[in-house]
Design a protein around this ligand. Structure first.
Ligand SMILES: [Zn+2]
Length: 397
């Protein structure tokens, strides 16, 4: 297995060597007798599964002819892919400092050097190198890399600035505008001044008016200011524009309606969320408030009717919970049959709940990362908005 991997890594090097041997002799294939011994030594080490010694030998090849720029690049990239970032940095630094090279080659070397620093986890140095690529043909790629770094180090003001620069330079608005919304929401969450947080959230909303994140946060901000009416106004937009995201705020939505004595209106609005978008969290919030307002029997009747139209594992679990609760309440005055039914429901629920607990996860549509908690930014693949607010019921691990 190891040798197969090594051959994959060595392929670009062979291409580089092949190119060099042709080029070094005016376009004709260089006779084997003219090739440096180090080249054959390197090949021999490769065949003997000694990649480290092979790389040393190939380094000798490039030393013999300092003009073999492509070989330098091939070697540097090879080092980086093998995780030998120190050596990759040395190769690319050397190329970037060579004043005899054309500007485009030095910019190429700087771009590779930035990636070496990134791989080595040296974010400051990577940022510095990518910054120096302004005005070169690598400017757009460097801007993208700087944007990644700003997000990794959670420098949100810089991330906003860079995303705006990228937008001005023609980057895709469909991805960059929602990113700016996220960056502003992250910044708002860090702000200790409520008015500044509000300003940032409003800006975030203006950047991507249909994105649910800023709307949800604006509603939470209003609730923090004891203004349920305003919170409902923001969340109504979530309901209309991104109904799936109601799973992230259903409980707060109902609490705001309850505060205003309009629980029915809140429940009816949630009922309007279509079957595919009303996930386990919307259902859970509705069961909770109905149970405390109407009691187990009435909530059970409502849920049984709902389950006929929208069957789900989460619904079945809640239904069993309600049947047990209702059975326990009437147990003392009831028949043996009811006691047996409660025991049977308890058994079913004890089998279902652990299974359901494992399955009800937010799943990233890109990398498959699963978590109980919802993330706007996937911890698995670092993408924004790749995770569904609706928990999957079939994400068995
Ligand atoms: Zn992911």
């Amino acid at each position: 297995m190891e040798i197969e991997l090594w051959w994959l890594l060595a392929l670009p090097l062979f291409f580089g060597l092949g190119w060099w041997t042709t080029r070094s002799d005016g376009g004709k294939v260089m006779p084997a007798s003219k090739m440096p011994d180090a080249y054959f030594k390197g090949l021999n080490f490769l065949l003997n599964e000694q990649p480290d010694k092979a790389i040393d030998a190939f380094i000798d090849v490039v030393r013999l002819d300092p003009d073999t720029i492509e070989l330098h690049f091939a070697l540097g990239n090879l080092f980086r892919r093998r995780g030998e970032t120190d050596r990759a940095i040395r190769v690319h630094e050397n190329l970037a400092q060579r004043t005899d090279l054309p500007a485009s080659q030095r910019a190429h070397a700087l771009h590779e050097l930035g990636q070496d620093f990134l791989k080595a986890g040296l974010m400051d140095r990577a940022e510095d190198v990518f910054h120096r690529l302004k005005g070169t043909e690598y400017e757009a790629a460097a801007l993208g890399a700087r944007l990644d770094i700003a997000q990794k180090v959670r420098d949100w003001p810089l991330a906003i600035d860079l995303a705006q620069q990228a937008l001005s330079a023609g980057a895709d608005a469909k991805t960059h505008q929602p990113w700016i919304t996220h960056f502003r929401c992250e910044l708002a969450a860090l702000s200790k001044d409520p008015q500044e947080a509000l300003r940032l959230l409003k800006l975030a909303h203006e950047t991507s008016p249909t994105h649910p994140r800023a709307l949800i946060a604006l509603g939470q901000w209003a609730m923090g200011q004891d203004d349920p009416e305003q919170a409902i106004s923001w969340w109504t937009q979530v309901l209309q524009l991104a109904p799936q995201a109601m799973n992230l705020t259903a409980r707060d939505w109902l609490a705001a309606h309850q505060r205003l004595g309009r629980l029915d209106a809140g429940l009816n609005a949630l009922e309007s969320v279509s079957a595919t978008q009303a996930g386990a969290d919307v259902l859970e919030a509705m069961v909770e408030v109905r149970l405390s307002r109407d009691g187990a029997a009435s909530t059970r009747t409502w849920l049984e009717q709902r389950m006929v139209q929208r069957p789900s594992l989460a619904g079945l679990d809640r239904l069993l919970m309600l049947r047990i609760k209702q059975g326990e309440l009437t147990q003392q005055t009831s028949s043996t049959g009811l006691v047996e039914q409660v025991q049977s429901d308890q058994l079913m629920r004890s089998l279902l709940s652990p299974q359901l607990g494992r399955q009800l996860r937010h799943v990233c549509g890109h990398c498959g990362f699963k978590a109980r908690q919802f993330y706007w930014h996937c911890p698995g693949c670092s993408r924004w908005d790749s995770t569904s607010p609706v928990r999957s019921e079939d994400s068995a691990s």
